[in-house]
Design a protein around this ligand. Structure first.
Ligand code: ZN
Length: 488
């Protein structure tokens, strides 16, 4: 008995020692490089150009058919007029009528190029919500320290921010060592098949293999991750997959005075209820683990102990993350019922009931596995399950040890030194998947600050960017291109 007690005490001692050692070696991965060179920006001029850019209605409509080409052509002309050095010194190609590819030749041909992405299109403004906007959505109004309007956050901030940076560098007589590509798609909001996909195909034909690709898809979040007070600059190193399933139940219909025991609506409702109440299993994937490897050392001692010892505490972490929808979506395939249609007369049984459920897949899941799981969960042959044509598998996770990641990370530390820089899993889909064949190193980040109330502005009402954030974006892209000299 005594020996057992001794053994247990010894084991407990070893466990404590292990926890302490792991915590002590869980050291900061934050860089503290010298600050970026101060950029002299003409504030009025940059703000005016962004404001003008917002006024072009470069809208991607869901159906694709309503898209009006004129705003894109006008927008191209506006860019040419606004950034004369870029258009005189870089090669500009119009790809598939509306997308743009710029090539800025580097000094050294042996170096791999880098590719900066953004998209020129925006989502439409829901007519019902238009009156809720503080300033009209395509006004580009400058007020209260912000530029307001559709596209200020998603994603004209990047298109204009990148071009401002290159224009400024050209004015300073700068020429990059490696070639820099700027790739601006025109249909990201409806899948990027006509824009980014075509640019990527063109680059692939030319055997271009970028060292890394940088796109939108993540930001500086402030007060969104529970338990972390400092703002976090999150670099997306992977993104979730996308799948939409249509559920259909058909019946013979008939008069409501002679109802069958189960209606099409009842059968479909039960199927949806089963899908909604059965959550997908939690999985702390590599992107999430890396996130905590970078954030953990910056937290208080007790949180550090927990995060440094995920081999023991992973179930606790999973439970914690599951508590908020945002963090839960980092560790699980999610689903959302978005459309339900059935019936059009009060005394007629509908012959068909139909619903749409949209899934966002965590890495490790596949679209086939999700379809099979939904089939098993519903377990009712009367419910026909049809995947809609547009689907995306979860992306591979890009390395945090690659030069591209290091470059982005160092640049953020220089232009936003007060942030914790950490890799992250991008929840939404971006155009980057079209470039997956060109490089394994794909990162997603725009240095705009997102507080909890700001997330809804993207694709929503009162989209806006602070002038301070916009200046930081320009500093970021300028510094990133400057840094690419030394790091690659
Ligand atoms: Zn976007």
């Amino acid at each position: 008995m005594k020996r057992l007690a001794l053994l247990l005490t010894a084991l407990f001692g070893v466990l404590i020692a292990l926890l302490v050692i792991r915590t002590m070696t869980f050291t900061s991965r934050q860089l503290r490089p010298p600050s970026a060179e101060q950029l002299q920006l003409d504030k009025d001029a940059i703000v005016t150009r962004l404001s003008e850019a917002i006024q072009f209605k470069t809208i991607s409509f869901e159906s694709g058919t309503e898209s009006n080409p004129d705003p894109f052509r006008d927008f191209h002309a506006f860019l040419a007029k606004s950034f004369p050095r870029v258009h005189a010194q870089l090669t500009r190609e119009v790809v598939n009528d509306h997308s743009l590819l710029y090539t800025w030749k580097g000094k050294d041909d042996r170096l791999k190029p880098i590719l900066l992405m953004a998209h020129m299109d925006v989502v439409p403004v829901d007519p019902d919500s238009e009156k809720l906007w503080t300033h009209a959505p395509f006004s580009g109004q400058v007020a209260d320290g912000y530029v307001w309007g559709r596209g200020t956050m998603d994603d004209k901030v990047s298109v204009l921010g990148i071009l401002e940076a290159v224009e400024k560098l050209l004015a300073d007589g700068f020429q990059p060592h490696c070639t820099v590509y700027l790739a601006f798609g025109h249909d990201e909001e409806i899948g990027g098949q006509q824009g980014a996909a075509k640019i990527a195909a063109l680059l692939s034909e030319r055997r271009v293999q970028p060292e890394f690709v940088l796109d939108e898809g993540s930001a500086i979040v402030d007060g969104i991750i529970p338990g972390v007070a400092a703002p976090i600059a999150m670099i997306g190193i992977g993104e979730k997959g996308y799948l939409t399933l249509q559920l259909t139940v058909t019946s013979t219909g008939g008069h409501s005075s002679l109802p069958p025991s189960e209606s099409a609506i009842g059968i479909l409702s039960r199927a949806i209820d089963k899908v909604e109440t059965t959550r997908f299993p939690r999985r702390v994937n590599d992107a999430v683990k890396e996130f905590f490897n970078f954030v953990g050392p910056e937290l208080s001692w007790h949180k550090k102990v927990l995060l440094a010892n995920l081999w023991l505490t992973e179930p606790w972490l999973e439970r914690e993350l599951a508590k908020s929808p945002l963090t839960d979506s980092m560790i699980r395939t999610t689903k959302a019922t978005t459309i339900f249609q059935a019936g059009d007369k009060e005394n007629v049984l509908p012959a068909r009931a139909q619903a749409i459920i949209n899934f966002r897949l965590i890495s490790g899941d596949t679209t086939d596995a999700v379809i099979e799981r939904v089939r098993q969960v519903i377990d009712d042959e009367r419910v026909k399950i049809t995947p809609l044509p547009f689907s995306i598998e979860p992306s591979p996770i890009s390395s945090v040890d690659a030069d591209g990641f290091k470059l982005v990370r160092r640049t953020i530390s220089q232009v936003a030194p007060q942030t914790i820089v950490a890799p992250f899993l991008t929840i939404a889909a971006t155009d980057t998947r079209h470039y997956a064949k060109l490089t394994k190193h794909i990162y997603r980040f725009v240095p705009i600050a997102l507080r909890p109330e700001d997330a809804e502005r993207i694709h929503g009402v009162d989209e806006r960017i602070s002038i301070e954030d916009y200046e930081r974006c320009i500093r970021f892209y300028t510094q990133l291109i400057r840094n690419s000299q030394s790091s690659i």
